[in-house]
Design a protein around this ligand. Sequence first.
Ligand SMILES: Cc1ncc(COP(=O)(O)O)c(C=O)c1O
Length: 453
Amino acid sequence: MAVRYQPATYQASGGTANEIAAGVEAGLRSGTLANGDSLPPVRTLARELRVSPATVAAAYQALRRRGVVETAGRNGTRIRMRPTVAGDRSVRRLAVPAGVLDLSSGEPDARLLPRLSAALASVAAADTAGYAAGGPLPELETLARDAFAADGIDVASASFGVTGGALDGIERVLAAHLRAGDRVAVEDPGWANLLDLVAALGLHPLPVPVDHDGPLPDGLRAALAAGARAVVVTSRAHNPTGATVTAERAAALRGVLGDHPQTLVVEDDHAAQLSVQPLHALAGATPSWAFIRSVSKPYGPDLRVALVAADETTMARVRGRQSVGTGWVSTVLQRIVLALATDPAVTSLIADARDSYERRRTALVDALVVRGLAAVGRSGINVWLALPRAADETATVARLRDDGYAVAPGALYRLASAPGVRITVSNLNIDGVEALADAVLRAVAGRPARPAA
Ligand SMILES: Cc1ncc(COP(=O)(O)O)c(C=O)c1O
């Protein structure tokens, strides 16, 4: 028997847990189900499909283990934002209506990314690697070694590698040590993609609260006491709050990790050269660690490259696993990164980009705070607005959209933390800050959108 429910085009079907789960996947492939859609309550679906509740529960459990759905508290079961089943690309992002300024995407400002033409010309003459020679480029390793050492990381005993971006690096490092069912401490709120990855790996996230200065030491202690085998920390420009780990916080976190030396510590330094704040790394606080620096924010996400330093065992596992899979990150891409990293014109462009993000983010935080709103954002491209108790997250996002601004609902980033919204400044010009802040105040207060001129 087939059952229709929200969204109206999707029909659940199946008589076994496998069939019901396969039906949900088919819905995702065809586009009749999209990220964020709710699935019916277990009992409702069981009644309508004429199967036992245990059968539907088993189907949902299998989908949850594979990172297709998540349990959304009282809101039941819904499709994750990045389910592990790909459908039509258009269903993978929340739609931003025409005429609405997109401050929801978390992309770097396309106007501030370096053009690739000079780097492409310089790599055009280089030999490409064959199977035998593929691997991290020695010149890129030297560059990473020097840059990480300058940032205070003890590189003497570190091994280096290259992954297909930060998230690929995090996945490989976690997979090198953890198995499905293991617990991992994550920042809360935290990067939505990481939460989706943790779910897809079958890991169990334990939330660690975050303030301006990074993860709270007591929160980390509690997560480790509750069995977390690893922790993922964003060094700077934390997504979504803009938090940056300070020297004092790094020392306190190192102290906690010192009591749990078996912990795998993974650091995500995605802001890299775009951060105005210095790095205070945790690398080396325990024997198993990895420090990952993406090129996505300064040079562009499409390069899909991150530089990784790790303890010898971790890196040997990561590189060994790469070697039996993708092999290596294309040296063509690595050479482009090398060319960009050694071009003084690009370095100066990135310094300008850093200052531009800084001006716009700070202006927005100030404009919101002046209006009595709890906005934060110490570094990076995002501003996080903690909502007053009376304000509803979904309603705030909807009112802002009606007022011409798309922002990201905090639900994407939260486990146990309080409601908020994320506003990315990449598409925001400085002369638009005051009007946006007025709109945010209206939305939070529940007042109607500004009347059209
Ligand atoms: C916290 C965090 N880490 C890493 C990245 C970049 O990851 P990748 O290198 O996979 O593009 C982002 C991009 O938004 C991010 O917000």
